[in-house]
Design a protein around this ligand. Structure first.
Ligand code: LMR
Length: 290
């Protein structure tokens, strides 16, 4: 995800950028620090520097983990991502408990509950400050919608709710701006492409990883009104992505799903089972941690 720090470093809103990983960060930080912006860049490497990397951070982006290979689902990454996310959330709780924590690490449907449970253990959990970043799904939905309709992609906005795996990804085409109309067949094809877009990239890369460039773009776009997985009560699901109004420090307002078509109500109902199972898997992992 090397594009993510480039986009952040070049944002005028950033004054300090800490790059942390278990390898290579010193070179990446030196390289980034030559970009002509005011942001101070520091590289941190290895577990003993994790605390220093996080001290005083206001926003923490977690893209850590491994990419899937063709034939794998995002859920197959769970047993690598679980400990990584738990370790990073633990360090955030100790060093920057007030920070907004944005999780990109897959499977996001489970890693957001993992991070939330760890923060709860430390008594610093604020449901308005923990996000599963799904902007990638919105970016893809906007692009595919523009391709299909001939609209300017910059003018298209398709909210995508639910989660970030297969059928838990629910594009709300009825809430698209500008308004669009499709036959049931075209709509089903469009939905399927949005839900499987990550797999499209995994297949195209033939074992060399998953999406990185569009992810970097999406994380940089993460804006004032954005869909993200947050603590929620939609469909009695503990975590659910809906459009949110964000401020610098938290979710200011979660207006919920809004009006859905009958087709979308069915998709949301279908998404809940998978989503609840992924949430439980994440929570159980933290409960059973020694
Ligand atoms: C994506 O949607 O591209 C990412 O979640 C990565 C993946 O494995 O699909």
């Amino acid at each position: 995800y090397s594009g993510i720090p480039i986009n952040i470093e070049t944002s005028p809103l950033v004054s300090q950028l800490s790059i942390y990983d278990v390898v290579h960060t010193l070179g990446v930080a030196a390289d980034l620090s030559h970009i002509e912006t005011g942001a101070q860049v520091t590289g941190y490497i290895g577990p003993e520097q994790l605390g220093a990397a996080l001290k005083g951070c206001e926003l923490v982006l977690v893209p850590a983990g491994v990419p899937r290979k063709p034939g794998m689902s995002r859920d197959d990454l769970f047993y690598t991502s679980d400990t990584i996310v738990a370790t990073l959330a633990d360090a955030c709780a100790r060093n920057c408990p007030e920070a907004m924590l944005c999780i990109i690490t897959n499977p996001v449907n489970s890693t957001v509950p993992i991070a939330s449970e760890i923060l709860k253990k430390h008594g610093v959990y604020n449901p308005k400050r923990v996000f599963g970043v799904t902007t990638l799904d919105i970016v893809r939905a906007n692009t595919f919608m523009a391709e299909l309709t001939g609209l300017d992609p910059a003018q298209v906005n398709v909210p995508v709710v639910g989660g970030h795996v297969g059928k838990t990804i629910v594009p709300l085409v009825s809430q698209c701006t500008p308004k669009v109309e499709f036959s049931a067949d075209t709509l089903a094809t469009l939905m399927g492409r949005i839900q499987e877009a990550g797999t499209e990239v995994v297949k195209a890369k033939s074992g060399a990883g998953s999406a990185t460039l569009c992810v970097a773009y999406a994380e940089a776009r993460f804006g004032v009104v954005e869909c993200a997985i947050v603590s929620s009560e939609e469909g009695e699901c503990k975590f659910f992505s809906t459009p949110l109004l964000l401020s610098r420090h938290r979710v200011e307002r979660n207006p919920g799903l809004g009006k859905l078509s009958a087709f979308e109500q069915k998709l949301v109902a279908e998404a809940l089972g998978g989503l609840k199972a992924s949430i439980k898997k994440g929570e159980d992992f933290v409960t059973n941690m020694s």
